[in-house]
Ligand binder design. Sequence first.
Ligand code: F6R
Length: 364
Amino acid sequence: DKGNYAHYMQKEIFEQPVVVAQTLQSYIRPFEGEVALPDVDFDLGAVDRLTIVACGTSYYAGLVAKYWIEQFARVPVDIDVASEFRYRDPVLQPGGLALFVSQSGETADTLAALRHAKVQQQRIAVVVNVPTSSMAREADLLLPTHAGPEIGVASTKAFTCQLAVLAALAANFACKRGQIGAKDERSIVADLQQVPAALNAALGHDDDIAAMAHLIAPARDVLYLGRGPYYPMALEGALKLKEISYIHAEGYAAGEMKHGPIALIDEDVPVIVLAPSGPLFEKTVSNMQEVRARGGKIVLISDSEGIEEAGDGCIATIEMPKVHPLIAPIVYAVPVQLLAYHTAVLKGTDVDQPRNLAKSVTVE
Ligand code: F6R
């Protein structure tokens, strides 16, 4: 039942504060100030190499997790899309940990990759939304998301719930690896508890973003740029836009733009920049200047500080709440989802059932 919403996708975007809170409940103990994972029969603290495998939006969640896990737990992370991983005969040390991320838990390539990793004597961890799925059944460490059924073909709430679980995993892993102490853990728990309110604040920009969609809908190509964990968020923004509005979109690491895609930029190509203020912000501002010098139109998604500094000269800005860097990427999912949604609605596409796509890809 869509309730008062026009589409399931819209309903699912707006459910995010609730389902992310629901998901986090099973991973944090607010009173103890601890991050907790389900019990496993192996020592996570002894894991010194992690392989992450997934497809599509779930892969982008894994890519954000790579940044988090390397930064906080200082464990090297390999990541691949499942269709590549399973056929390239990856080098896996026996006893390593392989992590699979999937909404459905049935995606054929991801499931085959899981079975391949198992044969290669990897421990299997899965982040899945369907607790009865094949991947859930075959895991040594099951990390469920509690997004509830996701009906819209474009993944939204499952993605932010995956990110919430992966942030908790990164924090727990960092503790077990001795990279952070009890005090840092307590503060991470406090940050994670802010996520639902921050998602609500982001959703509060729905009307502005609906207006902004008029700037995007006429475009033939759109570029999304970001650095660090905002690079996978840029990839996700581009995927969301192309799959439901059929506008060609590319996500790029902001620093890579001048190695090719800058050739595309002219006054007809909107460039959506995802960049909270922080240590990498100045670098991204230089990339924005390169875009502007070629007549490109920039939409800046940032916090108040970032917009104050670099908002002038943008065709539009979207202000995200200023939150801890660990949780901020989760919040930036909302504006890219809403922008894709409203653009698709303007274009009159079938938002919940985009052409050529299936909710669960059970063939390779
Ligand atoms: C994009 C989307 C797909 C899925 C992908 C993996 O919005 O929904 O890219 O993320 O097909 O599906 P799961 O997560 O079920 O393995």
